[in-house]
Design a binder for this molecule. Structure first.
Ligand SMILES: [Zn+2]
Length: 256
């Protein structure tokens, strides 16, 4: 089977690092104006129809939202439009019952629980083919990047980052090509079961389009780790629903 990304054009990769001591929201670089040829044009910003599962979720106005904290990218909001979304989840390489393998299986089970929770709001399916995945979830350590603060001349060294979500854009192999994105989620192997679930829930929120953080610790997308992590909140869903009503260039065809 041909990969749907046979014409993959990796335009840029942006990361959101969570739970780090020095919290750095990414700066969005300017977007290349001609990803295919000089004559092709990025799709216009337009909203997609609201996914049914989200439309069904009653907007709880009194609960509020944190939409103002969500960043649009150079191509608009990170809205998915082709459902169900395909998620590739890293699996243990062997079936041994070693302690390491059991821990890996526990990690998979916790991440799956988070997928099941979000599936109530946006349709998600697992795929074993990483090439076809919209969202890739891997069990790996996140590299810490040391940054120089230009103002103070000091280096900022982040605390251990337990997870990270990044995205990149590509053009699909459809005719005409569709401006698409892929999300990569890395989750540390060193977290307990409960923390793995909370982290996966939080990172999946980013992968589904909540590109920002809540300032309330009762939301799954709260910017910091808490001792008693909350479930997906009404504010999380209100925010997600607003995002899916915004215009985006993603999911629309490139014009020639
Ligand atoms: Zn985060």
């Amino acid at each position: 089977m041909n990969s749907k990304r046979s014409r993959l054009v990796k335009l840029l990769v942006i990361a959101i690092a969570c739970f780090s001591l020095v919290f750095l929201l990414p700066q969005f670089p300017s977007f290349p104006t001609s990803p295919t040829s000089p004559s092709s044009k990025l799709p216009n910003l337009q909203p997609h129809p609201l996914p049914q599962s989200l439309a069904k979720a009653e907007l709880q106005n009194d609960a509020g939202d944190y939409f103002s904290q969500v960043k649009a990218t150079a191509v608009g909001y990170l809205v998915w439009s082709k459902f169900p979304l395909k998620i590739y989840l890293e699996q243990p390489k062997s079936f041994s019952d070693s302690a390491g393998n059991l821990r890996f299986q526990q990690w998979v089970a916790a991440v799956r629980e988070a997928i099941t929770e979000w599936n109530n709001y946006l349709p998600l399916v697992e795929t074993e083919n990483s090439e076809l995945a919209d969202i890739l979830i891997t069990r790996s350590q996140v590299d810490r990047e040391i940054e120089l603060d230009a103002e103070t001349g000091l280096y900022k060294i982040p605390r251990t980052i337990t997870a990270q979500t990044t995205y990149d854009f590509y053009l699909s192999s459809d005719t005409p090509p569709i401006l698409s994105h892929q999300m990569k989620v890395q989750i540390s192997p060193d977290l307990g079961k409960h923390a793995t679930l909370a982290t996966a829930r939080h990172e999946l929120g980013h992968a589904l389009g909540i590109w920002g953080h809540s300032d309330r610790e009762t939301d799954a997308l709260y910017f910091s780790q808490v001792s008693d992590p909350p479930a997906i909140s009404l504010r999380d869903i209100n925010t997600l629903k607003k995002i899916y009503q915004q215009p985006t260039r993603l999911g629309w065809a490139i014009e020639n």
